[in-house]
Design a protein around this ligand. Sequence first.
Ligand code: ATP
Ligand code: MG
Length: 628
Amino acid sequence: MDAKQELAARHEAVQRDPEGYWLQEARRLDWDSFPTKADRSSFDQADFGIRWFEDGELNVSVNCLDRHLDTSGDRTAIVFEGDEPGEGYSLSYRQVYEETCRFANALKQCGVGKGDRVAIYMPMIPEAAFAMMACARIGAIHSVVFGGFSPDSLADRIQDCGAKLLVTADEGVRGGKRIPLKANADKALAKAPCEAVIMVRRTGGEVNFVEGRDRWWHDLRASVPAECLPERMNAEDPLFILYTSGSTGKPKGVMHTTGGYLLWVAATFDMLFGAKEDDVFWCTADVGWVTGHSYVVYGPLANGATTVMFDGVPSYPDFGRFWETSNRLGVTIFYTAPTAIRALMREGKDWVQRHDRSQLRLLGTVGEPINPEAWNWYHDVVGEGRCEIVDTWWQTETGGALIAPVPGVTKTKPGSATKPLPGVFPALVDNEGALLEGSTEGNLVLTQSWPGQMRGVWGDPNRFFQTYFTTYPGRYFTGDGCRRDEDDYYWITGRVDDVINVSGHRMGTAEVESALVAHPKVAEAAVVGMPHDVKGQGIYAFVTLNAGEPESEDLRQELRQFVRTEIGPIASPDAIQFASALPKTRSGKIMRRILRKIAEGESDKVGDTSTLAEPAVVEALIAGAVAG
Ligand code: ATP
Ligand code: MG
């Protein structure tokens, strides 16, 4: 069977005999006790619950490490690349296995057992992955908190999940600057105490040490064996809790379990990136986000692939970092976010072209709708027209990718995540929940469960059902708007809450933003609705220009005209504010709810900004607000 036939066969099999299909898929993993049941989920209130492989038993760390030792113990599992180019090293599967076992023993020595929660507040160093898999090995539940978060954000998350132990480092290093992780952790722990702390030495910087609570990883490491018997886990035992990005409101503590999650990330990693023995896979996401969980750690390692952990930023020491490092490490598959692509695009293609990229073969993207302009630049400039673009739509809640092209099979269209993967059943509904057929636009829902679906909001059983299953009863509501074209391709148009209604015409943010970004002088754009006497809502656009491009009233007029020709008069912005930066979450997503408040003249009501990367950006935007 070729790839095309195989994909078609999967789609057919999962429709015809889902139970049989999933039990067959489950063979991707090593089980202590193979499941006899696959999907036992229900989206209905009466018997609500998401359950997969519920009588199966397995251990995630065994699947990511032990089972590769016989055949590939010497193969590189993790390539670490530090903040300074070339500051790094590689670890084989055997080394990662031993370090993970040691870490698991260290956790045990600190009193952590099955079901306990462990918070992980770390740089992007291999010890973060050891800590995650060590939790999995002993049945503890990890909750990784992005190392860029403030003490308050960390304290909230420690408190919410009731962490017994915190894993952190003395300091992190990003873009040449030191980040006081332990000092932040100490502040957080003053508000939300943990019984114990394990601290990894990263920089050797000066830190506070609390006797009886704090332990150095290198001390513990020297005192424990490099073997640790894995805990036998039920498929539905929790694996981790992870808070969403907070683009639309207060972050939710998303809970994922053992069997279904691992199967989903293993299967999707294989289908989308198909890493072979000599591939080097680099996903630039931080382990503090779901992308880092699924496609830096669990997906690649479950497949025995080589994964890069990068502890730096795309702009340090210069804007060529991604391509210099890709070339040096022999990266063949590269996966990043639209925000990074747009930021690099803004600096011009010279930074890309001065590095050899001939070893790259696949380019992935995730996190936001990718504007066609950015897609084309990624494809033509970075990929030299040779690499396929894998645009993957998914959410923290979905565990792994749901809508994405399968390389070599799915024909791509710039700006579309294309089609659902086998076992994913998307549908579009109108605001009353009626199913929409054919080429149309509506609210994106999923009509059936898939193994990687989240199982609950930690500590709040009702919130899961309330948040996702009550808007359109019997269906999982994603919160995203979407268009389906005549070829059944899906185009995410943005968050449904961000839809703008101009004189009765509903418009997604992605479409107008993409039109603006298509202008040669524009680097990035965010549009929101603003009150308008005549139209009900008008369009307010925040526009970031390319490096060195001057702002002017003429350019404003030119941009209005440009959108008018690209989409139509209805989409022409009523107000355009030039902005040197946009408010983004720490994972790089534009936070439109803040922009909406500014456009509405209610900048005092911006709400939860704890997940914002640079709070100062908001002040500048408020000061520069324009009248419609
Ligand atoms: P919160 O739920 O706290 O508001 P968030 O939705 O940004 O935060 P994530 O789970 O990180 O948290 O992001 C998922 C969302 O990101 C999706 O619902 C979608 O809006 C957007 N997204 C992710 N990938 C893509 C993609 N390839 N194309 C379009 N949109 C995407
Ligand atoms: Mg969300």
